[in-house]
Design a protein around this ligand. Structure first.
Ligand code: PEP
Ligand code: MN
Length: 263
């Protein structure tokens, strides 16, 4: 059902009232993790002012080490709601477990499925039974075909509002955190009618590479980007090294202007 053979025209999926997949390049920005009211609201204010169209922020965090910050949980979602009130922008947050779905739909405008859960089929079915759009990230070692089949689970459960996200894959290369597979964007555009975002933050793991890879994402035909930002990256509780400062986010938006303003 997510194949171009079934539907030739591009799907447009709305996060709140923000269309993803239309002519306008979408920019979703915010911190990796919601850490505190002050941290979230200050960065949300900056990215909103500079032109972000939705706010991201993790309340449930899939961390490699169990000893790292695991997120604020529901408290973090309450803070995300405050960020929505303050900016007027819709919010996106990751759901990690099926048991969280019913609670999370009361807070968020879009449910994110993280890379580590791309093949958690029970979770895919559960978000497929909601009426919220789903941002489905590619698994760390998933093929494009596996990503599209994961999307099929959500669709088959009754939810056609799916946004795919290329966020880098595991390769032999160690210079960057992951290898951002921009081929995938072009391949998915051939194979599927679903919108595709690129996450150059997790795709590179390096702050200085986020702007050039965002330009590349726009050039290859992605429908937008999702990027991490923090006003004090050195104090971030997760992924500080890949977080854009406020100034860098402003620079990013400046460089993306021709895509963001396309009618
Ligand atoms: C995230 O977006 O916060 C995240 C954990 O990303 P990924 O699932 O792609 O690693
Ligand atoms: Mn992160």
């Amino acid at each position: 059902m997510v194949s171009r053979d079934v539907q030739a025209h591009n799907s447009v999926v709305r996060i709140g009232d923000v269309p993803v997949g239309g002519n306008r390049f979408a920019v979703i920005a915010g911190p990796c993790s919601v850490e505190s009211e002050q941290q979230l609201l200050s960065v949300s204010e900056v990215v909103a002012r500079e032109g972000a169209m939705a706010i991201r922020g993790g309340a449930f965090k899939p961390r490699t080490s169990p000893y790292d910050f695991q997120g604020l949980g529901e408290e973090g979602l309450k803070l995300m709601s405050l960020a929505r009130e303050m900016t007027g922008l819709p919010i996106v947050s990751e759901v990690m477990e099926t048991s969280q779905v019913d609670m999370m739909v009361n807070y968020v405008d879009c449910l994110q499925i993280g890379a580590r859960n791309m093949q958690n089929y029970g979770l895919l079915k559960a978000v497929g039974e909601t009426d919220k759009p789903v941002l489905l990230k590619r698994g760390l070692s998933a093929t494009i075909e596996e990503l599209l089949l994961a999307a099929e689970y959500i669709y088959d459960a009754g939810n056609p509002n799916i946004i795919l996200c290329e966020r880098g894959i595991r390769t032999f290369e160690t210079a960057t955190r992951n290898t951002l597979d921009l081929n995938a964007v072009a391949v998915i555009k051939q194979k599927s009618h679903l919108p595709v975002l690129v996450d150059p933050s997790h795709g590179t793991g390096v702050r200085e590479l986020v702007i050039p890879l965002s330009r590349a994402a726009a050039a290859v035909g992605a429908d937008g980007i999702i990027v991490e930002s923090h006003l004090k990256p050195s104090e971030a509780l997760s992924d500080g090294h890949q977080a854009l400062t406020g100034e860098m986010f402003a620079q990013l938006m400046q460089e993306l202007k021709p895509f963001v303003e396309a009618a």
